[in-house]
Design a protein around this ligand. Sequence first.
Ligand code: K1U
Ligand code: ZN
Length: 169
Amino acid sequence: MAVLPILRFPDPKLHTKAAPVLVIDDSIRQLIHDMAQTMYQKPGIGLAATQVDVHKRIAVIDVSEDHNDLRVFINAEIIEKSGECENEEGCLSVPGVTEKVKRAEWVKVRALNEKGEPFELEADGLLAICIQHELDHLDGKVFVQYLSRLKQNRIRSKLLKQREEETSA
Ligand code: K1U
Ligand code: ZN
């Protein structure tokens, strides 16, 4: 098990579109374990493979209070959605920034689990928001891209400054 390094905005690799997983073998299962460990350690409620520089359609999510309800989504697609809600979001790739984002209120997802078994899930609340956030990552989209150009530029400058301070310390 390992805690993996997370790409930070504005790293251009965060805008890579992830490819479907064709075979779920031991290397994919190891990656899922490492992604879960990374998510729990940060801590976060979700993590997409894109964020650890692996461009495969895998996401892990655990929105439970006790961190004991890990959900694994491989090749996930949103097959139905409805409603609209606006909520504050954060992102492990954009540390120190939270902003309101509009998303669907309810989603139905089709995916494979870590055993390669297909499942469908209907979600609302934080789980629905997190699923949409993670699937955006797999399409190369970071939540700040929903914000105005002005806000995006401010966030880019803030994170570049943060990075500079860390490397010169
Ligand atoms: O994908 C990511 O960057 C993870 C991100 C997921 C997310 C958060 C909020 C709304 C939508 C998606 C995070 O987990 S940021 C950290 C966070 O929200 C959190 C951390 C500790 C406890 C509770 C929440
Ligand atoms: Zn994120």
